[in-house]
Design a binder for this molecule. Structure first.
Ligand code: F3S
Length: 377
């Protein structure tokens, strides 16, 4: 890899954190054949939950001796920073989670604690980023047209501290071309389309839907694709910003139905994977107007940013018996582990709840989830 004199100096820096971060980026670049490092506009770090990072990761964070050089946002933690008691978490976990957050704050990261950092600071078309969190990566590449590889928590942190990332993969325009056309017949739920297609293909799909998807549906589609597959980008005909820049591929497939097993009775309804947008919360508030009190617990997850903008609407939801948590989610928080079966409207949560929290999960649309919570018929 060609390094500038300044980059060489960082590699040999007396500061062990800087030298280590450079080593990580150079090693990554060499593995993937990058010719150089390029500057980034922002970094987004995942693996914030103490449940994921553990004691070893926390010790590593505490020993960092450098500040971030670019705007750096953080993925959800394992708890709502204010309402962790209502989540039923133990004191040890809470203490450790706070230590993780303090360590990241001390290096200059913003305590966004969300997987939708693009609602807070939206990147621009063509911006180079170093983002971890697969759902945010796929949204940034596909819906915004910014450029990021699917970083790990560690490589995103290294990029945050150095302010650069190796130039390979989705930073290079030709690697952003679609590889397979997916025709979606009928009005299928985009989240479940992503869940199915992610497990069946590699590469970059270009979807042809029969109707225009909302931004929230594009978010859901991408998150699901990235959860069952190693997909970091998709295009949608007539919708996403770069689809016209490439030839439509010859390889094609069609999807007209997806069957998902419904094998348990939910004792929790959890919505907000990825974190809910303002529109999604407003829609949930509208849907539940026709219902009374929920018969099952309903937990919503969103960012502190969106929560603060919708305080009034959220208060109304809370008065109706719905809990709205910030800073965390049903997958990264151990709070979900005390339930047997969680109903979700997200292909990503459907994938990860059984794997990471060891609870069963079933899928439904937002309407179906809410109907199940309020009215068992
Ligand atoms: Fe976000 Fe948690 Fe889902 S981090 S994408 S809500 S698994």
């Amino acid at each position: 890899m060609n390094l500038s004199r300044e980059e060489e100096k960082l590699l040999e820096s007396d500061n062990p954190t800087i030298a280590k971060c450079m080593e990580i980026l150079v090693a990554l670049g060499e593995i993937f054949g990058a010719e150089k490092l390029i500057p980034i506009k922002s970094a987004h770090i995942s693996g914030i939950s103490y449940k994921n990072i553990g004691e070893e990761g926390l010790e590593w964070l505490k020993n960092l001796k450098a500040k971030v050089r670019v705007r750096t946002t953080l993925n959800p933690a394992g708890m709502d920073l204010e309402r962790w008691k209502e989540m039923g978490l133990d004191d040890h976990f809470v203490k450790k989670q706070i230590e993780v957050i303090k360590a990241l704050e001390s290096i200059g990261a913003e305590l966004t604690l969300t997987c939708t950092p693009y609602y807070i600071h939206k990147p621009s078309l063509g911006d180079h980023l170093a983002w971890a969190e697969s759902s945010a990566v796929v949204y940034a590449n596909s819906v915004i047209g910014a450029r990021t590889n699917r970083e790990s928590g560690i490589s995103a942190l290294a990029s945050a501290i150095i302010g650069k990332t190796p130039y390979y993969g989705l930073h290079v325009k030709e690697n952003r071309a679609p590889t397979i056309l997916v025709k979606v017949k009928g009005d299928l739920n985009p989240s479940i389309v992503g869940y199915k297609i992610g497990s069946e293909i590699d590469g970059i799909p270009i979807f042809d839907f029969e109707r225009r998807l909302s931004y929230d549906e594009l978010k859901q589609l991408g998150a699901s694709l990235a959860s069952t597959g190693n997909i970091a980008m998709f295009h949608v005909v007539d919708q996403t910003p770069e689809w016209r820049e490439f030839e439509v591929p010859n390889e094609k497939m069609e999807i007209d139905r997806v069957e998902i097993e419904d094998n348990c009775e939910p004792d929790l309804i959890a919505l907000g994977c990825p974190h809910l947008s303002e529109d999604e919360i407003t829609e949930i508030a509208r849907i539940i107007e026709r219902y009374g009190k929920p018969k099952k617990p309903v937990w919503l997850f969103t960012s502190r940013h969106v929560y603060n903008k919708l305080r009034h609407a959220i208060e109304k939801l809370e008065n109706r018996g719905i809990k709205v948590f910030r800073d965390t989610c049903m997958v990264v928080s151990p709070a979900t582990e005390r339930f047997e079966c969680v109903m979700v409207n997200s292909g990503k949560a459907l994938t990860y709840l059984p794997k990471l929290r060891r609870v069963k999960a079933i899928f439904g649309s937002t309407h179906e989830c809410l109907r199940r919570a309020f009215d068992e018929s």
